[in-house]
Write a protein that binds this ligand. Sequence first.
Ligand SMILES: *Cc1c(COP(=O)(O)O)cnc(C)c1O
Length: 393
Amino acid sequence: MPTDAPSSPAPGSFPSHDLSGAVLTVDVGAVRTNYRRLCEKAGGNPVGAAVKADAYGTGLAQVAPALAAEGCTHFFVAQPNEGINLRAALPNAQIHVLNGALPGTEDIFTKHRLKPVLNSLGDIEMWRAHAARTGTAVPCDIHLDTGMSRLGLPTKETDILAADPALLTGLDVGFVLSHLACADVPDHPLNAGQLAAYRAAREKITVGDDSLAASYGLYLGAEYRLGLIRPGGALYGLNPIIGMPGNGPNPMAQVVRLQAKILQVRDIDSPQTVGYGASHRAEKPARIATLPIGYADGYLRSLSNSAHVAIGGVLVPVVGRVSMDLITIDVSTLPENACRPGTVVDVIGPHLTADEVAAAGGTIGYELLTSLGRRYPRVYTDQTPPGPSADAP
Ligand SMILES: *Cc1c(COP(=O)(O)O)cnc(C)c1O
């Protein structure tokens, strides 16, 4: 694991005809760097990529080919539509659909060569019928629930499957996976419990390859690194060791940078209030700057009066409520010439990671990234040299 400080994303750049006053820069090279770091951490285990929800809001069409160029062959999406989009970008990838297949969609999976993750005996029966109908072995994965109670075969169904291997007739099972519920809390007893349940199930159900750990699970310890690793968040710069005792800096490179230009700066007196609901009241005369970004851009309303932004590396507070299209920040501590209309402000970036901004709003980086807006332009950069496996099939 690299011990250096997390690298900053490439400097953002506003399009030459900037109409929105905000820009999202996605450093695709940082995603590739993160994939390499995760492969290193995984030792010899293969590493896939969770690219559901438009690659966690960063852009599937740009990110997935970059991961494929690094040698990633297994991609996990949630829904078949995401798989169809991904198939258009990556003709040769293995595409796994975590939510599985709804009855009636079997032929769509076959047409686009998508693998459903079968989540129940009912799913398995449906896929067995599909195999019988098409007269071919149909590719799929199987998800065993070991403590998440969300998707996957419950223990009872796992036991039924173990007792009757004929239930898998006609199925070409790739991975038998399970998902950890508390991997971000390393000493949570459910981690060891799920690992034990998974191992016990795999004694009985021996088809396919293992897959258990995602981003956090990869950092839980060697015993959790079984078969294919399926990270998502860490690829996009979220910290996979956030809850680890004595954790060092985030080992992942930062991927997203959201910047906005100041629209207006105003001096206010005390006691004057700022924004909807008058929820911020100036204790003394203050200088307030307004930015063209709001909850319609994924800047969550829960960040009202709690988040910070950075100007020239200096953090200043968001004051007042987040509006649909605007936020207000208190720039009283900065020299007047450091914040004028047009001054560029980092909303998410090197000084304020998605994890940190999300925490200020009472949520997680995952939600912040997948909420990123569609209204401001996106700039994709890639300054990282190609990896050693860049020409892998
Ligand atoms: C989303 C998801 C992943 C990826 O999880 P991260 O925490 O983003 O690494 C892996 N497996 C399953 C089943 C998932 O739903």
